[in-house]
Design a protein around this ligand. Structure first.
Ligand SMILES: *Cc1c(COP(=O)(O)O)cnc(C)c1O
Length: 435
């Protein structure tokens, strides 16, 4: 064994002796899933201690947009680090966050007027739920229920789990969760039943519902369920007519993922609250924001003695280094015509993926912007996705299927050659499943 590999083995042992990893049955690391120490990352690649490269096909859990160790973002963090790293964000402020907020509001619909920050996606969802509830209380309403979609995912904290519906994450905690109303999940063509289910719930729970929360266009953690913009439009209109707030969770789909800078742009409707995180810092540092209207903000604006303030906070709210990253990300979007380039790359990848249709077990091949997915059908009860993951590693691919749903959510700097390599490797892997 090389010295480098020895170092890797040692790191793995040290890791397992002291660390409990997220979203992992740690027992799987005994035999089913390797634990790979990574020494460095550059562009779309992660490198292990043998300098083996792994192409990050899933943007390191959907956060990375412009590659690892991006020279421009690196420079901007270093520059920020020289003057201000982090300060308390109540009673004090700084230029990176002011710039970021004004730029975000400039990119968003004019209905939006204020940015409220947190430091991860789940927290943004908690903020939106609390803010919407609090706004309804201030208006003298007695509403306590939230509407959400079946198959939804909004994060792992108790409030966010409550509006989620992916069984493997929610089931055990059910006794602790808020009671929520679930609307039938829409699919690509079929959403009439979902609208009917929404209409029925709005009617039977009149005056009880605070807000409807949804991931517009793609339920990502819900096995990449891509659905119609028309559903979003009609559902939002129904909610607005019923006088309930609408919360869009664009934590995964924001920042260009679905083909427009924000998914709501494709839906012809604007929510009351917009949650953003993940891509916001290009995958560098934790940051999230809930953007809302001045109308909502003004409800809370009153002399202190009226007890209307929104007193939610996180220690690391408004971290200056994270804001510097986010500003760098917006610079890149502005300068490099990212959305138009992505459209070309998306078409290219989509055409290549058609080659996988020769495998009869590849079903529901689908895409939206820079998200591509298919299901492996006919392997009930088998962890086929895990096999794809392990075989992918041999080809130097970092995939992380959701059950037996295989997906690509690559960084936007992926080249056509790299895309070709991914699809050809996938074809070889899939071929090995033929019986
Ligand atoms: C990832 C995700 C979250 C949670 O964000 P974290 O930063 O992981 O807490 C919430 N909603 C959606 C749609 C997500 O994809």
């Amino acid at each position: 064994m090389t010295t480098k590999a020895t170092e890797s083995v040692k790191l793995k042992e040290l890791d397992l002796s002291s660390i409990w990893h997220p979203c992992t049955q740690m027992h799987d690391h005994e035999a089913n899933i390797p634990l790979i120490p990574i020494k460095r990352a550059q562009g779309v690649y992660l490198y292990d201690f043998d300098d083996k490269a792994y192409l990050d096909c899933i943007s390191s859990w959907w956060v990375n947009l412009f590659g690892h160790c991006n020279p421009y973002i690196n420079a901007k963090i270093k520059e920020q680090l020289e003057s201000l790293e982090h300060i308390i964000f109540a009673g004090f402020t700084h230029k990176p966050i002011i710039d970021l907020s004004r730029r975000l509001l400039g990119l968003l619909d004019s209905k939006f007027g204020k940015c409220f920050y947190a430091d991860n996606g789940s927290s943004a969802v908690e903020v939106a739920l609390k803010m919407a509830f609090h706004a309804s209380v201030i208006q003298g309403e007695k509403k306590t229920k939230f509407l959400c979609l079946e198959n939804a995912y909004h994060g792992e904290t108790i409030g966010a789990l409550s509006v989620g519906d992916v069984g493997i994450y929610t089931q055990v905690y059910q006794p602790l969760l808020l009671q929520t109303l679930k609307v039938k999940a829409p699919s690509k063509e079929d959403f009439a039943e979902s609208l009917e289910s929404l209409e029925a719930l709005l009617e039977s729970h009149k005056g009880e519902i605070v807000a409807f929360v949804l991931e517009p266009l793609v339920q990502c953690a819900g096995n990449m369920n891509m659905y119609s913009a028309q559903f979003v439009q009609e559902a939002v209109k129904m909610c607005q007519e019923a006088g309930i707030y609408v919360i869009f969770d664009e934590i995964a789909v924001g920042f260009g993922r679905t083909g427009s800078l924000f998914a709501y742009e494709q839906c012809g409707v604007v929510p009351d609250f917009l949650c953003l995180s993940k891509g916001i810092t290009g995958g560098y540092l934790p940051l999230s924001v809930v953007v809302t209207s001045d109308a909502v903000y003004r409800l809370f604006y009153a002399p202190y003695s009226q007890h209307k303030a929104f007193l939610h906070s996180h220690s690391y709210t408004g971290n200056a280094l994270a804001c510097a990253c986010a500003n760098a990300v917006l610079d890149i979007f502005e300068r490099e015509n990212v959305i138009a380039k992505n459209a070309i790359l998306s078409n290219f990848i989509w055409e290549k993926l058609q080659n996988l249709r020769i495998f009869e077990y590849v079903q529901n091949l689908r895409h939206r912007g820079m998200i591509f997915a298919f299901d492996l059908v006919g392997f009930e009860g088998e962890r086929k996705g895990l096999e794809v993951f392990n075989k992918g590693l041999k080809y130097g691919l970092l995939l992380r299927p959701l059950g037996n749903t295989i997906y690509l959510m690559p960084p936007y700097i992926l080249t056509k050659e790299q895309a070709n390599y991914i699809v050809e490797s996938l074809a070889s892997i899939l071929k090995s499943f033929a019986r």
